[in-house]
Design a protein around this ligand. Sequence first.
Ligand SMILES: [Zn+2]
Length: 217
Amino acid sequence: MPQHYNDIFTANKQWVQSKLGEDEQYFEKLSKGQKPPFLWIGCSDSRVPANEITGTAPGEVFVHRNIANMVIHTDMSMLSVLDYAVNVLEVRHVIVCGHYGCGGVLAAMGQKQFGLIDNWLRHIKDVYRLHHEELDAIEDESKRADRLVELNVQEQVFDLTKTTIIQNAWAQGRFLQVHGLVYSIANGILKDLNVTVGDNSEIEGVYKLQIKNKILV
Ligand SMILES: [Zn+2]
């Protein structure tokens, strides 16, 4: 593990050399542009790096990370990433990836104050409230936390489908799937939660937005 700030530059030089050793035009090719098929919305946790755990290379995943992989409708950063990924890069898959043992989810399950972050974690508490009957019935606290991690991912998938960005892409007949995944830090396995949504048909009630023609032009 690097101990000093300067270690990252030493490692960087070695990495550049190894990439150039494999392909001397590696950086030249990457600098021409990106066309990643995936948008990844994951947790900021240092143990869940999008590229490494999916076997993808630079240029293959557009990434947004925040504490507990949240999709919050007033988060301009997330919305900008989503809009750019869907409408400019034209990604085909949006992935929300949570992970077991997520510190944000664990904190949201308790009642301790942590400061500013409590306002962010409040959104996870809302997920708990939506599913409190199922969660309260799980006696084992770590199993309950694992289930909340999964339900939180599922709700963030649904939150993505509530955005005009995703709904308008579907209205245009675009292929765009939104997936929910959970990663296990303990064994490295990625699990598909089977909550994939690929069109407007599953969007309920007030969340189903009218499509404005002028947006589609
Ligand atoms: Zn986390």
